[in-house]
Structures are given as C-alpha cells and as structure tokens.
Design a protein around this ligand. Structure first.
Ligand SMILES: Cc1cc2nc3c(=O)[nH]c(=O)nc-3n(C[C@H](O)[C@H](O)[C@H](O)COP(=O)(O)OP(=O)(O)OC[C@H]3O[C@@H](n4cnc5c(N)ncnc54)[C@H](O)[C@@H]3O)c2cc1C
Length: 472
C-alpha cells in the first residue's frame, strides 16, 4: 500500500500571503512523497466525486487559491450529467434539460460558450388520440390563446397557471426552499387545479422532472422549478449536457482531477487529529491537511460516511429509462423543438422529443435523434421488450409509417437518477459533518443541477470558514 501525503503548494502567492490563517506548515517530506507518487503532488483539500457538486466545490476552492485534489471513480467528470458519442449522435445519459434561470448556474457557467439550444416554451400533450398544445402565454401568446379551449384543463386551470406564476415569482429562492411544504399533488389540488389538468399536464411534466408520477415530491421543489421555468428557457448545450461539467472542469488547474480513482473509506489520521485519510480502491491512501469534501451521490455517501452521520437514503429513489432511436430526418413527423408529453394516462412512455430538432448538433446532418423517457427502472422487462413496447406506443402517437422505420440506438437504465425528495425535506442541510469533513450533493439541497452547484459552494464555504478560524 502506498501512503501519499498531500499538502499545500508553495507556488501559490495569494495562499502564501496569508499563511498565519492555516494550521499546517510546509513539510519537507511532502516533496519527496510527491516525487515518489505518480499522483498530482500537492493539495490542501481532497474532494471526492466530480459531479456538479464536487466540481462546484473545487471551483470555489480554486477561486480562493486553495489547492485541492478532485478524485473521481469513473472515467470522466460529470457524475449523472454525462453524454456519450455513439455513431455520430450525442446521447445524454437520460433526458436532462438545463433551465437557463438556475440562479447558481448563472453565476458559475459561461452560457455563451455552452451554445444553448432552446426548447419551445410549452409542450405537445398526447391525449384522447391527438396532440394538444400547452404554451407559455408570455412567449407564445397566439399558441396559448388558441389552446384556451383545448381539453388540457379548464379555462380556470389556465388562469391558475398564471396566478401560480405570480405567486412563485413573488418569493425569494430562500423563501421557496424553506417554505411550509406538502406533496406537490396536494399543493396543486389546494390551489384549485382540476383533476384533468393534473392528470394530463402536471403528472407527465413535473412527474417527468421529478421521476415521480405520483407527484409526492415536495412542493418546495415544484415552486423552485416553476419559478425557474417562468424566468428562463429550457435548453440543451450544443455539445451535449456533459458540456456543463466539462466547462467547470476545464477551468480547474491541470492535474487537479484524478479519474478512475474510487475512494473506499475515510478515517481519521491517528497522528494528526482532524485530518481525514482517504483510502482508495487501488490501495493508495491520501491524506489532506485541510479537509475532505465528500461530493458523491446519496447512496455512495451513505456507505462512505457510515458511522459518521445519521444519513439514510429515503426510499424509493427515483429511476428512469431513456431509449434512443435514430431516423432519417424525413422519417420524423415534426420539426419543432418541442417536448411531447403523455397525457393519456396509458402506456409506458412519459415524454419524448426529437433531440436534433432542439440541437441539430445532436446527430449527423441528415439524421434525426429521438429520445424517449420512461419513469421507473422496468426491472424484469428486457431491453428488446421495452423497445417493442415503445415503438408500438409511439406508432399510436405519430403513425407506424414513421415510427416503425426508426432504428433503436441505445437504452440507458438509470437506477439512481435523483434522491427521493418527498416531505419532510431539508433543502439547506448543513454541509459540515465535523471539522475537516464536509459533504455536498443534490441530496442536501434541491435535486437539480442548480442544487448540486449550490451544495458544492456551501461545502467549500464551510471548510474555508473552519480553516480561517483555526489558529496558526
Ligand atoms: C436522467 C437524469 C435526468 C435529470 N434531469 C435533470 C434536469 O433536467 N434538470 C436538473 O436540474 N437536474 C436533472 N437531473 C438531476 C441532476 O443531474 C443531479 O441533481 C446532479 O447532477 C447531481 O450532481 P451531484 O454532483 O450531486 O451528484 P453526481 O452527479 O451523482 O456526482 C457524484 C460523483 O461522485 C462519484 N463517486 C461516487 N462514489 C465515489 C467514490 N467512492 N470515489 C470517487 N468518486 C465517487 C460519481 O462517479 C459521480 O461522478 C437529472 C438526473 C438524471 C440522472
């Protein structure tokens, strides 16, 4: 077993300019251990997990010139936000949408270089054998006016959507995330929405966002997403959803991220209290003198932090299956960048869209990419059977002439898509486990891209506060 001690760099002027604030001294042995080790030689903080939360934590440490090492178990950064390139198509690992109004994302990301491609602000709902438009009246006034008499909800429902918008816009994010909560379904009923709009619109739309068709997810999440949707656009980066974590990673110092590096356990160094040791799957041991931020997903955090926190993953976790098909561009029935929702209450498809209509860069020039999402894992149903059922169902939506020509490309079964965020929730959980040990991840805030970014910042801030308070 190799023991690797990681400590502060002596190259960082701003870090050295305030050395009295930090508890440790430059250790001459560090340089020799660094020379022996193939790993990046020096750091102050170890961050475990390079999803959005870990990347955000690293970004904040970096902005304060605090050295760190980011350890990631898989072969790339991004965690749940990954894109594969298959036969020239960009396949996001599950249907994911970036909402441009996410407040933390606005501070951290460069939207221009993400080259965001927008969805239509609304949806097409398959109900009673045909499609019906739901449109944002502020962005698509005419479509919205035309939809007033369609069977997706009553005219009162359409007014209530407007008043819900005003209600959420009047609250700060802080107020929303700490408000009295109840299951989203109860909130919608209390607000006066009809059973019909809940079944045909809210269930597939928000059920698809939360991977929870029962709409038991906290009203705090509903209000937060509703507000972001009111303020921003739904979009995809032209280079795939993974462009978001990749942008964050690209701004970190070279060599600060170790891929294929799985942490197995944490313990305290008996010779230096407060310095956690991180034991790796390959037998290496890393020691950080400033602290460890555990930025892994909830089920992995429960294992890594066993015995240190009362953390238990609430059940059931949220799962999804995403199937991709390809077609020639003339084999798809629409060209609009619109989301299709299943409001029929029948079948297994929750939502689908033609990804190349939103972002043509998601496929080769003459080809279309079709993305179909189901809620749940469909364990016990084979991939072939799922493909058959989806093709059959969508033939009923768009006609077999089109759909039977599509070629299945890949199926993603995502067992842990999101943590369960049914009430009671605490979306502002304290990231500090103990001095030197901090946690972040979407399970500590809202289970969204934005929540993950916020949690990473909070963990870094908590660590920085502790080291600022520690006497030299
Ligand atoms: C299919 C899908 C669709 C989604 N759609 C949306 C959406 O439209 N909008 C939205 O806002 N959010 C969406 N989300 C949620 C969003 O992706 C997550 O909330 C967010 O990415 C979580 O980031 P995280 O950093 O907390 O966790 P993760 O992304 O899970 O990152 C944790 C990282 O830790 C690593 N790790 C785990 N164990 C170890 C270990 N022992 N050692 C080292 N590394 C380890 C993992 O490999 C991973 O990279 C979606 C999620 C999924 C799966």
């Amino acid at each position: 077993m190799t023991s690797i001690t990681l400590s502060l760099p002596c190259t960082n002027p701003s870090f050295l300019s305030s050395p009295k604030r930090f508890r440790f001294k430059l250790n001459p042995q560090i340089q020799s251990s660094a020379q022996l080790s193939p790993s990046p030689p020096q750091t102050g903080v170890i961050v475990i997990g390079a999803g959005l939360a870990g990347l955000a934590a690293a970004t904040h440490l970096n902005s304060r010139n605090i050295p760190f090492l980011l350890l990631e178990a898989s072969d790339a950064v991004g965690g749940r936000v990954r894109t594969d390139i298959v036969d020239g198509f960009l396949l996001d690992r599950g249907f994911q949408i970036f909402i441009t109004a996410y407040p933390e994302a606005q501070k951290l990301l460069n939207y221009k270089t993400l080259n965001l491609q927008k969805f239509y602000s609304g949806a097409q709902i398959f109900y009673d054998g045909q499609f019906h438009t739901v449109a944002d009246p502020l962005r698509h006034f005419i479509d919205s006016a035309k939809s007033l008499t369609n069977p997706i909800g009553t005219p009162l429902d359409k007014l209530l959507i407007g008043s819900t918008r005003i209600r959420v816009l009047a609250k700060s994010d802080e107020q929303i995330l700490t408000a009295e909560e109840l299951p989203t379904l109860h909130l919608l009923k209390n607000l006066g929405f009809s059973d019909s709009i809940i079944a045909t619109f809210f269930r597939p739309f928000f059920g698809g966002i939360f991977f929870d068709p029962t709409l038991q997810t906290s009203s705090r999440l509903f209000d937060f997403i509703f507000k972001c949707l009111a303020l921003g656009d739904n979009a995809l980066p032209a280079n795939g959803i993974s462009a978001i974590p990749e942008q964050l990673a690209a701004a970190l110092p070279p060599g600060s991220i170790l891929l294929n590096s799985k942490a197995l356990s944490l313990s305290l160094d008996p010779r230096a209290s407060g310095s956690p040791l991180v034991r790796m799957q390959n037998g290496d041991v890393f020691k950080s003198e400033l602290g460890v931020i555990v930025a892994v997903e909830e089920p992995a955090a429960v294992k890594l932090l066993a015995g240190r926190t009362g953390l238990v993953a609430k059940k059931p976790v949220r799962s999804t299956v995403c199937l991709y098909f390809t077609a020639n561009r003339e084999q798809i029935p629409v060209n609009e960048p619109v989301l299709f929702l299943n409001g029929s209450g029948k079948g297994i498809v929750n939502n689908m869209f033609f990804a190349t209509n939103v972002a043509p860069s998601y496929g080769p020039p003459d080809k279309a990419l079709v993305s179909v999402s189901l809620i749940g894992l469909f364990e016990g149903v084979s991939d072939d059977e799922l493909v058959g059922r989806v093709v059959e169902e969508l033939s009923g939506w768009f006609g077999g002439k089109f759909v039977r020509e599509w070629k299945h490309l890949r199926t993603y079964r995502i067992g842990f898509a999101q943590p369960n965020q049914c009430p009671p929730t605490d979306l502002k959980k304290n990231p500090r486990v103990e001095s030197g040990l901090y946690v972040c991840g979407d399970y500590l805030t809202s289970a969204t891209f934005d929540g993950a970014l916020v949690s990473g910042r909070r963990a870094a801030e908590s660590l920085l506060k502790d080291i600022a308070l520690t006497p030299a």
